[in-house]
Design a protein around this ligand. Structure first.
Ligand code: SF4
Ligand code: SF4
Length: 202
């Protein structure tokens, strides 16, 4: 015996009523019956859906800057921060003439997130120094094969057109807004969908 917390189990004989199991059955049925008059804890999905939190962490987006260039500089910090090792990338050097495509001299030629590994913790978003990756309120689709859960840049990078930009303003904390007021960090301007222009230092 490793501890002295052991208890002696009393194996007392069941009474005649207990052996009929009827009281236990009725008490179980009573509990079930009571639930008929209570508000249901379940919903009829997919006809009904629950309201998500504003900061629900769903499918990622790789953001572009106000001019449409990809913000990610393939620094790898998101991949290092990821506890699920879900992010992989291959960096490439920006060539002359590609300034409109990529904001920094180095960019992610390949950027993939394995959505089967991802636990949607948001650490990648926290780690990113370029405000390039954010989690959004979008849900990851269902697929039949594992391969389809590897999301590449064609899915992750937001569209160029204003109506295809993904608004992440709800995810930006007061601390981030304060940080952006510094002029030297002007490259961290965000795109404001409503104003259709960049917002920074306001
Ligand atoms: S949300 Fe968390 S688990 Fe998912 S890719 Fe980002 S850091 Fe990794
Ligand atoms: S998303 Fe951010 S942290 Fe990840 S590689 Fe790009 S710039 Fe670095």
């Amino acid at each position: 015996m490793l501890t002295n917390r052991s208890q002696v189990v009393v194996k007392k004989e069941m009474t005649f009523i207990e052996r009929m199991y009827l009281p236990a059955i009725f008490s179980g049925m009573l509990i079930t019956f009571k639930h008929l008059f209570k508000k249901s804890a379940t919903i009829k999905y997919p006809e009904q859906t629950r309201e998500f939190s504003k900061i629900y962490r769903g499918q990622h987006v790789l953001k572009r800057d106000e001019k449409g260039a990809e913000r990610c500089t393939a620094c790898g910090l998101c991949a290092v921060a990821c506890p699920a090792e879900a992010i992989t990338m291959i960096a490439a050097e920006r060539k002359p003439g590609e300034e409109a495509l990529y904001r920094e001299e180095k960019y992610a030629a390949t950027y993939e997130i394995n959505m089967l590994r991802c636990i949607f913790c948001g650490d990648c978003e926290e780690a990113c120094p370029k405000e390039a990756i954010f989690l959004t309120d979008r849900k990851v689709d269902s697929f039949y094969t594992r391969k389809e859960f590897i999301y590449g840049k064609s899915i992750l990078v937001e569209g160029l057109e204003s109506d295809k930009r993904v608004d992440v303003s709800v995810r930006e904390t007061k601390a981030v807004e304060e940080f952006k007021k510094h002029k030297e960090f002007a490259h961290n301007e965000t795109y404001d969908k409503n104003k259709k222009k960049t917002v920074a230092g306001h």
